[in-house]
Design a protein around this ligand. Sequence first.
Ligand SMILES: Nc1nc2c(ncn2[C@@H]2O[C@H](COP(=O)(O)OP(=O)(O)O)[C@@H](O)[C@H]2O)c(=O)[nH]1
Ligand SMILES: [Mg+2]
Length: 318
Amino acid sequence: MKQGFIKKIISNQYTLIDLDTKEEILASARGKLRYLRLDEKSSFNKQETMKTKKETKITTISPKVGDNVGYEADLDIYWISEIKPRKNDLVRPDVANVDQVLLVFSCIRPDFSFHLLDQFLIIMQQEALTPVLVVTKIDLVDEAMLNELKMALQYYVDMGIEVYYVNSKQRIGFDVLTHIFRDKITVLAGQTGVGKSTLLNALKPGLNLKTQEISEALGRGKHTTRHTELYGFNQGYIVDTPGFSKIDFKIFFQDDLKKYYPDFQNVSHLCKFGSNCLHLSEPGCEVKKRVEEKRIPASRYENYVQFAEEIKAQKAKY
Ligand SMILES: Nc1nc2c(ncn2[C@@H]2O[C@H](COP(=O)(O)OP(=O)(O)O)[C@@H](O)[C@H]2O)c(=O)[nH]1
Ligand SMILES: [Mg+2]
């Protein structure tokens, strides 16, 4: 069987890149394909196990952009016959095996939101996605305000998150940004108006807004044609449609939340209750101590408490 990578889908027509020859191949998929092996770490798997084991086994999926597939020729037609296990699986945009997400936030218009940032970072952890933070519209704030934001974001830099500051209108800050795309599938995410389209256009002139408007219109459901495409960019791929501007929690238990806070996890061995500490009302909590000492930003902790309450409230409904 030949091996390929799905670059583009329009309805049931797939554009593959053959992994050996790098040739573009047009292929079709045979009905629905079995998902052969699930990655135990993927949230896809976790969600499915909310159902019975039997149901999980018969879950069928369709190939999507980003999939690594096996394909074969039958007469003159190429058929996708196998989907390799996915590293992750996004729905909006409909892409598998995404490596990184550019979390796009503007300094202002709309205001930078640490609440949304912390929320995005949880989702990134759940989906095995690497976040890269891009702060736009640096031309619209004064130096003092920008420095204040940079200082607040230093905590996230220390957590290992790359942060870039740009003015997409003048393409300022872009020189250091372009290397991050190499060998990766990248998706953009962020609230409406933060400058995702402007950033994409400035990164890749020619990938003009129209592409997005069309895909977005299609996504809204008037026409049901599937069209998703990866664009080659600096030896990697960018997804043409921005993803999840609205996000839902997929956390069902309060004690699962802390798993998605690597910075809290790193110090929980110092909590009186160790790994059992939820960092909420427990005495001798190292996280709370560090919040008081301003070593963990108060906003990050407040958001954590709020998310914990939301999870609890959601559970109470069942
Ligand atoms: N001054 C300035 N305006 C920007 C920048 N990036 C985007 N904008 C403007 O912000 C508005 C929203 O941008 P858009 O790309 O449509 O946001 P999207 O909804 O995230 O795709 C537009 O008017 C852009 O011209 C920037 O870096 N500086
Ligand atoms: Mg847009």
